[in-house]
Write a protein that binds this ligand. Structure first.
Ligand SMILES: O=C(O)c1cc(=O)[nH]c(=O)n1[C@@H]1O[C@H](COP(=O)(O)O)[C@@H](O)[C@H]1O
Length: 227
């Protein structure tokens, strides 16, 4: 695998018209494009189709979290969109993850988000998940893989422990990466792209450090060279 194939660029834009110049520029320098909530809520499935038209697999990041029957239907709809990957929250429970996998019908790989990379230990405490983030992440990773998830989303801080817990099969997708010196924004559990890949990330998700770069193609080449 080429280093650039490990990079997923997040198309975090308010419309496809706003995303398109960036998406066209970045697509040749990354392995995957991500359509997340901001773009999907605005544009719906045509945004997935348009992104897929740029020749890269599309990661549809909807972070579904609802009763199993609703998530199964949403995953069925997502599978029809042409996306290759779909996120659900592992904290929706094993039955919900199983329902997502059923709805996906083998057409889209279901990734379970363990603990959002924006949460630090204090924020986890406040929502009743006391203890080090890694404990909750590994517990949720095991639960989701046991329920059929084909991959997991976790921060760079836990990826090695997650790999040890779930073995080589599941795809480990890691946001919360920042090139040295880049602004954290709302991210809490972060590392550099090279540290994330060294710790075992199969794919790193990069949003603002590419989207807001003066030269996004060069920023992607720099990240690829570093990993
Ligand atoms: O599922 C995700 O992709 C995701 C999970 C998570 O825990 N943290 C996280 O940041 N993400 C996504 O990864 C991207 C990170 O963006 P930046 O912080 O701008 O690099 C955003 O599109 C988030 O929605």
């Amino acid at each position: 695998m080429k280093p650039s194939d490990r990079i997923c660029a997040a198309l975090d834009f308010p419309s496809f018209a706003a995303a398109e110049p960036f998406a066209r520029t970045i697509a040749p320098h990354v392995g995957m494009l991500k359509v997340g909530l901001e773009l999907f809520v605005a544009e719906g499935p045509p945004a997935v189709k348009a992104a897929a038209g740029l020749g890269r697999p599309v990661f549809l990041d909807l972070k579904l979290h609802d009763i199993p029957n609703t998530v199964e239907g949403a995953a069925r709809s997502a599978a029809a969109s042409g996306a290759s990957l779909l996120t659900v929250h592992a904290s929706g429970g094993a039955e919900m993850v199983r329902a997502a996998v059923r709805g996906a019908g083998g057409k889209v790989r279901v990734l379970a988000v363990t603990v959002l990379t924006s949460l630090d230990g204090a924020a986890l405490d406040a929502i009743g998940l006391a203890g080090p983030p890694e404990t909750a992440v590994v517990r949720l990773a095991r639960l989701a893989v046991g329920a059929g998830a084909g991959g997991l989303v976790c921060s760079p801080h836990e990826v090695a422990a997650v790999r040890a817990a779930v073995g080589p099969g599941p795809l480990l997708v890691v946001p919360g990466v920042r090139p040295p010196g880049a602004a954290l924004g709302d991210q809490a559990r972060v590392a550099t792209p090279s540290d994330a890949v060294r710790a075992g990330a199969d794919v790193i998700v990069v949003g603002r450090p590419l989207r807001d770069a003066r030269d996004p193609a060069q920023a992607a080449r720099d990240i690829a060279a570093s990993i």
